[in-house]
Design a protein around this ligand. Structure first.
Ligand code: ADP
Ligand code: MG
Length: 421
């Protein structure tokens, strides 16, 4: 096996996982759920990388494909210099030994009929350690390292609290002395009161075992605690990645700003606080065009030639998104123009009279029950780069990369951002 020290422990290139949507008895493919859609990242030896994003963004799918639990649709995963897909059976076993995983629900990691000690020891037996006394020793030592006692080996999972079970699951994932640990929402199912303890344990173990960790969480506060770097994921794509301090102090993507805003900060005046995201992550079966975040972005770029306040522009975009959605309920709004304006948070009159003329014409079409005309007019008049062009992930003024058109002009003006790739 090649083992060049300059190489990342784990390298992921163009990782894609689409689930086919099928219909009818012949299971004809009628669409695809783009759970993960071209993701690149590295995890260095001994590094903790956080993967953060709301529920439904594809984080768990990244984990299961890179662990080999599912085959990716496309992309290349390299572990210690060797493509995971290129491994033969013996090599695959070796990969499984060197990459451990813990899941959100610690109960699922244990067979209720086995003692916790037996469960923790199981991977050792599978990987050929036949000496039962030696297995007991290793398990006893590990249980103590995760804050349990050696005697806990003889107890059954139901005798453990959630936090204790997750500690035991960590012991199990470390029993083969892996180089990489993938932890998918490891504290999300635990009582808030025990979350911090399990996280700091993970942090200690990372150092003690010199582990590389991929820590997956929907919660920026969790990754902030222990990650060296953070990758922010939205709807199957990475939208920003960088050192944790840099990403948190200076988030370059509006999505990251929104995620960090929900984390309590020591300084309430800091930029980004108060931003709240409306709605849920759109379906990955039909992701928005351009920048996938544009349907929810609080900073979506207004169209050229009009003078919009950001809130008004967001309201117009919300109306446009609603008009384009299949489930738009016309009953609720078509009674009157003011009902439409109220529902979408549009003022009675927009400050820019040209913009106002377009919006009132569209609302007139809508109240006259011609939703398609309203949709078309707004789409034609108010086209924004955010919906037409997918932004590339590239270096921003502060250094770390983000994928957002707000950085387009800056990148063109600043030679540093251009050459920094
Ligand atoms: P996260 O872990 O960020 O919450 P997931 O990776 O679990 O996100 O899911 C990403 C998207 O893929 C979701 O829309 C989810 O419904 C979909 N998905 C996940 N697994 C499957 C599957 N086996 N078949 C179809 N869709 C799936
Ligand atoms: Mg998940």
């Amino acid at each position: 096996m090649t083992d060049s020290p300059s190489e990342s422990l784990l390298s992921v290139r163009g990782l894609t996982k689409h689930y086919p949507v099928t219909e009818g008895p012949l299971r004809r493919e009628v669409g695809r759920i783009r759970a993960v859609d071209g993701v690149d990242f590295e995890v260095e030896r001994g590094e903790t990388l956080g993967l953060v994003g709301e529920s439904g963004c594809g984080k768990s799918t990244v984990a299961t494909t890179l662990m080999g639990l599912e085959d990716p649709t496309a992309g290349r995963i390299t572990f210690d210099g060797v493509g995971v897909a290129d491994r033969d059976d013996a090599d695959r076993r070796e990969f499984r030994r060197r990459a451990g995983m813990v899941f959100q629900d610690p109960t699922s990691s244990f067979d209720p009929r086995m003692t916790v000690g037996e469960s923790v020891a199981e991977p050792l037996a599978i990987h050929g350690l036949d000496d039962a006394d030696r297995r007991r020793e290793i398990v006893a030592d590990l249980l103590e390292r995760v804050g349990l006692s050696a005697d806990d080996a003889d107890r059954y999972p139901h005798e453990f609290s959630g936090g204790q079970k997750q500690r035991a699951a960590l012991a199990r994932s470390l029993v083969l002395n892996p180089d990489l640990l993938v932890a998918d929402e490891p504290v999300s199912a635990l009582d808030v009161s025990v979350q911090a303890g399990v996280l700091s344990l993970l942090d200690d173990l990372q150092r003690e075992f010199d582990l590389a960790v991929l820590l997956i969480s929907h919660d920026m506060a969790v990754v902030r605690e222990i990650c060296d770097r953070v990758a922010v994921m939205y709807l199957g794509e990475i939208v920003e990645v960088g050192p944790t301090e840099s990403v948190l102090a200076d988030p370059q993507h509006p999505y990251t700003r929104a995620l960090t805003a929900s984390v309590p900060r020591p300084d309430p005046d800091q930029r980004g606080s108060g931003v709240r995201l409306s709605g849920d992550v759109p379906s990955p079966a039909d992701p928005p065009s351009g920048c996938r975040f544009h349907t929810r972005c609080p900073e979506v770029i207004p169209p050229e030639g009009y003078d919009f306040e950001q809130d008004d522009w967001r309201a117009v975009m919300d109306l446009r998104t609603a008009l384009a959605a299949d489930d738009f309920d016309t009953e609720g709004v078509r009674r009157s123009a003011s009902a439409v304006r109220e529902r979408f948070g549009l003022p009675e009159e927009l400050p820019d009279s040209d913009a106002e003329a377009v919006v009132s014409e569209a609302i007139d079409s809508l109240t006259a029950d011609d939703r398609e005309a309203a949709r078309r007019l707004l789409a034609e008049e108010f086209e924004t780069v955010c919906e037409t062009d997918p932004p590339d992930l590239r270096a921003t003024e502060v250094g770390h990369p983000a994928a957002c058109h707000l950085h387009d002009s800056a990148a063109a003006e600043s030679p540093r951002a251009e050459s920094d790739d």
